[in-house]
Design a protein around this ligand. Structure first.
Ligand code: SF4
Length: 366
């Protein structure tokens, strides 16, 4: 059924240093997110460095494999190199136009550079970047976007001669042709459209013609709910066809929500196993326990645990322990109290104010 699509070649993000990961081939689909703030100066401020490393570590525990940072200037490049030196998670520098920033990041063990050779400015500068990347084992990601097509292809789209998806594919091949001519093969391609249909069409067409691994994503996917819906529809179709070696869910929300969404999509597609499964009720007029608040408060911590368990968070005692009886641990309300159950049996009844502490103790003792 999927014979038309080529198996992606295996490439290495990060060369031989500690920030290394293989993608494509038979490797698991990796999850990535993008740092949402400007990189602060970590070179002269150790507290900033520690705080970024702590956040990177928590994103990694949540299931993130790769993190991309925007690098608009040399100060950001220097900071990113220092961050890369101090973490094992592969980092990506997102660079537009300036080859010197790319050279700096390659030298500083950043694992992948997102830059389009066609935008670097001259063939000599492109050669310098690709040679440095080749020598260091750094990957290059070509990223093309439906909002910034070359003028001639945009014109063809306007005249109805090409679909936007076809124009995206042709734009990507213009960039990969440059890499091919310079014998550079450690590359990934992304073609981002803002609609599900165009995202699917562009990636399917590319995967029929090239074995370069694809980074898939829907750009400008919108606020949380619309972004999740668009990404889920596009990714589930592509991932089930074997297309997509690395994914990024773009949301106008936190990196944590992007990672959790990506994890959930991969899990439902049978491509990733989560350790902790949270089941929670939608809440109704019977609720004696604020399920929404508890789930919001605990979700990231629970999903970061390395335990193969199911956690039930239920609103009331009428259905709570019954519906959650297959869970390893559950919590629900009864009047002004909260009960904690394990494998369907009540193990604690406490005041609501003590719920978090008691839940944590019971969780740790599992
Ligand atoms: S567990 Fe209770 S509160 Fe939650 S949806 Fe079911 S009946 Fe309503």
């Amino acid at each position: 059924m999927h014979n038309n699509f080529l198996i992606p070649r295996e490439i290495c993000i990060g060369g031989n240093d500690k920030n290394k990961i293989l993608i494509g081939g038979n490797n698991p689909v990796t999850i990535q997110t993008m740092w949402k703030e400007s990189i602060v100066d970590v070179v002269s401020n150790k507290e900033h460095l520690d705080s970024i490393l702590k956040r990177i570590n928590s994103l990694s525990l949540l299931g993130c494999d790769i993190i991309r940072f925007a690098v608009p200037d040399m100060a950001s490049a220097e900071s990113l190199c220092l961050i890369a030196k101090n973490t094992e998670i592969p980092l990506v520098a997102d660079i537009h136009f300036d080859y010197k920033l790319a050279l700096k990041c390659i030298e500083g063990n950043v694992s992948k550079i997102r830059i389009n050779p066609g935008n670097i400015g001259s063939i000599e500068k492109t050669k310098l970047v690709l040679k440095a990347a080749h020598d260091k084992g750094t990957a290059i990601r070509i990223g093309v976007n439906s909002g910034s097509l070359p003028l001639d292809l945009q014109e063809s789209v306007n005249l109805g001669k090409l679909s936007r998806a076809q124009a995206l594919v042709q734009t990507a091949f213009r960039e990969t042709d440059i890499l091919d001519k310079m014998n550079f093969y450690n590359a990934v391609v992304s073609m981002k459209a803002s609609t599900v249909k165009e995202t699917i069409e562009a990636n399917e067409e590319f995967a029929q013609k090239s074995d370069i691994p694809l980074h898939i994503g829907v750009t400008e996917a919108g606020p949380l709910i619309s972004g999740i819906v668009k990404s889920t529809l596009a990714f589930s179709k592509l991932i089930n066809e074997g297309i997509g070696s690395t994914i990024r869910v773009s949301l106008s929300s936190t990196p944590e929500n992007e990672i959790i969404t990506a994890r959930q999509i991969l899990e439902e597609c049978g491509k990733r196993k989560s350790c902790v499964k949270i089941v929670s009720c939608p809440r109704c007029g019977r609720e004696g326990f604020d399920v929404h608040n508890f789930v919001d408060r605990w979700q990231n911590e629970l999903l970061s645990l390395n335990k193969n368990i199911t956690v039930a968070v239920m609103g009331c005692v009428v259905n709570g322990p019954g519906e959650g009886k297959h869970a390893d641990i559950g919590i629900t309300g009864v009047g002004n109290s909260v009960i904690i159950f394990k494998h369907g049996k009540i193990v604690r009844k406490i005041d609501a104010k003590d719920a978090d502490n008691a839940f944590r103790e019971e969780l740790l003792s599992l």
